[in-house]
Design a protein around this ligand. Structure first.
Ligand SMILES: C[S@@+](CC[C@H](N)C(=O)[O-])C[C@H]1O[C@@H](n2cnc3c(N)ncnc32)[C@H](O)[C@@H]1O
Ligand SMILES: [Zn+2]
Length: 285
């Protein structure tokens, strides 16, 4: 699968005979290897690499669990062995959903779980029309030039291929200072349109209890950070009681709702789940 990685300058194949560097056989561009994987970017010094956290359909925040279910559902619709690119893949949480497929994971940071490290805003070591599925899970809020990133991903799709975008809306600042945007469904629909992609899914995930839970979690962090002694203890105890109540309510009220663009009237959206397709003259893959 790593043969999909080509010289970002001239799109020629790399000479891979050297164990520490790949060199472009045409223009001489070279890229160093870290544990055998190409690192096209300098390590950003304003980024906090994420810890590996176990996530799946039942673990993690409700938003993350729903992300998992959405991506899993789409992965189950893929025929045979297709080419998948996970952009901003972090610790490669979704890799296990694509074991039947030719999966490549990339991130700015050279996480050991991934296949290459590159800032796709700076350069693109792939040919256009190379992938059946491009995944952007919780990435575009961290990219200042998000329109450039989505346009690049759209070009990487084969005709008939799909890009999946999951993006939080009502969520605290995270991975600071690399947290630049929140998007409405209108921005997301415009992103599809300006890249000539067809909207197959543009769903909103809403769950008032998860919102409450997020808010309470933040209060907890705030109290722990800012208060000491008895006042802090009392505050923490109060938050713990409310958190328990929320957890109890979550159990009885289920796991939130997903609303399609046309039926959504709830403005308290935790995040959006998008599936955009590149049109193909032959129809759908
Ligand atoms: C919130 S994490 C999401 C990780 C993973 N997709 C997930 O859902 O678990 C966002 C990731 O995007 C990466 N990222 C940000 N800008 C990028 C860029 N221009 N090119 C590639 N990756 C980028 C960050 O390093 C970070 O790992
Ligand atoms: Zn080259």
């Amino acid at each position: 699968m790593s043969e999909k990685i080509v010289c970002p300058q001239c799109k020629s194949a790399f000479d891979r005979s050297d164990p520490v560097t790949w060199r472009c056989s045409r223009c001489g561009f070279s890229v160093p290897l870290l544990e055998g994987k190409p690192v096209f970017t300098n390590f950003p010094n304003d980024l906090n690499p994420s810890e590996k956290i176990e996530r799946n359909a039942e673990q993690g925040t409700l938003w993350r669990q729903y992300n998992w279910k959405f991506i899993e559902r789409i992965s189950n619709t893929l025929p045979g062995q297709v080419d998948v690119l996970d952009v901003g893949a972090g610790r490669g949480d979704f890799k296990t959903l694509f074991t039947r497929h030719a999966y490549l994971g990339l991130d700015i940071y050279p996480y050991p779980e991934l296949d290459l490290s590159v800032d796709l805003i700076e350069m693109c070591p792939f040919n256009d029309n190379s992938f059946d599925l491009v995944v952007l899970a919780n990435v575009i809020e961290h990219v200042y030039e998000y329109r450039k990133l989505v346009s690049r991903c759209a070009r990487l799709l084969k005709p008939g291929g799909r890009v999946l975008i999951t993006v939080p809306f009502l969520l605290k600042l995270h991975q600071e200072p690399v947290d630049f945007h929140r998007y409405t469904r209108y921005t997301l629909a415009t992103l599809a349109e300006e890249n000539q992609l067809e909207v197959e899914t543009l769903d909103a995930y809403t769950n008032p209890l998860a919102l409450l839970d997020e808010g309470i979690g933040d209060t907890w962090q705030y109290l722990v950070k800012k208060q000491t002694g008895m006042r802090g203890f009392t505050g923490k105890a109060r938050v713990a009681v409310i958190q328990r109540l929320c957890n109890g309510m979550k159990k009885s009220f289920g796991n939130g709702k997903v609303k399609t663009a046309s039926t959504d009237d709830d403005p308290y959206v935790l995040g959006y789940l998008c599936e955009f397709r590149k049109p193909s003259p032959e129809g759908r893959a």
